[in-house]
Design a binder for this molecule. Sequence first.
Ligand SMILES: O=C(O)C[C@H](O)C(=O)O
Length: 474
Amino acid sequence: MSDDTGERQEFRTESDSLGEMQVPADAYWGAQTQRAVENFPISGATFGRRFVRALGVVKKAAAQANRDLGHLEADTAVAIVEAADEVIAGEHDDQFPVDVFQTGSGTSSNMNANEVIANRAAEISGAEIGDRVIHPNDHVNFGQSSNDVIPTAMHVAALEAVEKDLLPALEELHAALEEKEAEFDGVVKTGRTHLQDATPVRLGQEFGGYRAQVRKGIKRVGDTRYHLRELALGGTAVGTGLNTDPEFPELAAEYISEETNTQFREADNHFEAQAAHDAMSEAHGALRTVAGSLNKIANDLRLLASGPRNGIGEIEQPENQPGSSIMPGKINPVVAEAVNQVHKQVVGNDAAVSAGAAEGQIDLNLYKPVLAHNFLQSAELLANASSVFSERFVAKLEANEEFAAERVEQSMALATALNPAIGYDKASEVAKTALKEDKTVREVVLEKGYLTEAEADEVLDPEAMTHRGILGEE
Ligand SMILES: O=C(O)C[C@H](O)C(=O)O
């Protein structure tokens, strides 16, 4: 046979309960994976590192637990563990070719893992690939079903993506915002509500708001780990645990915790753990919320950096790349725009995750692969976007302090501080006159004789207006 380039490809024969299949000679996968490759040429998207690693983690722990419980020969277990270790380490990522849009239980990906590990374990043991001395179902999948393996891998992958990728990246963003909060603490600027001039605020206070938003997001995401730590393994086909050792679930969960260096436990209820995926929906809800926070922050920074001559211009954005192919010298807030786009993708993923999680029928939810794929994509996008946003945008921002101070002096909203001293009606009159006659609030209040110079100095101090209190009170 030839491939697209016309070159000859070598094949070998593998078999399953439906008969023989031709698989690429150098593939570790077997007949069931090959059938899935041919059945599901749908999106071209396959599972990536986090999920493949999680499958390796589950298969390794299952072999260790089954060995301890006397269900696997020691030498078979050793070979399976070694092969699974290679999968965990990423040595066989190219051996997982099955499309994400496949059987709703993820059986094709479970069998893909079983076949790759069985064949590689056979090779490690000195046998031939495909001779089934180490059997994908009888050994690698012993005491398991896709219906408990895949939800277990979903939780392992999701929790690792959260703990190893997303939370550290959010901490990075938090630190970058915290640094700017301190750096910009003395920068007084015009506040804006309804996108209209409002009372003064310090740029550091606005950055403190962003910093707090990210801190709360870290907690929100972190809190959803409680349910992700529950593992379905041990429920087998419908949650009853038929064909598995009663001690298997707890032992396997211990091995998984050891391998991942984070805490997992047997599911409180195996029926819920396989038939529903509310934990994935809950956790993705937190991801969507964080994506919304990043979107808000990115939008604000784009507005505050708008200009350079005809925008708000209170902050200076970094020159990361030429912005325009036609307008010379133009710089655009490209990194913030990328963050905005990640938010839209995560909102879309959230629709898929929440819809899929709500669709369990009787004893099984059949949206496992699409839930896993969307969740892991969101976590990865948010982690990468947070890092890039911190390093290439937030950390490089500068304040236009003088410009901000000039603009705040011109603001009508300074009249707000006059309320306690001269009353709302006179303060409105001052603000309207200032606007009409193109004067400052200070100039008008003095002209009208409502305040003395000394009183105006005290009441119309923009910096003082950024603190809680009533100005001009004895
Ligand atoms: O693949 C399995 O282990 C079970 C399958 O998902 C089924 O319930 O039919």
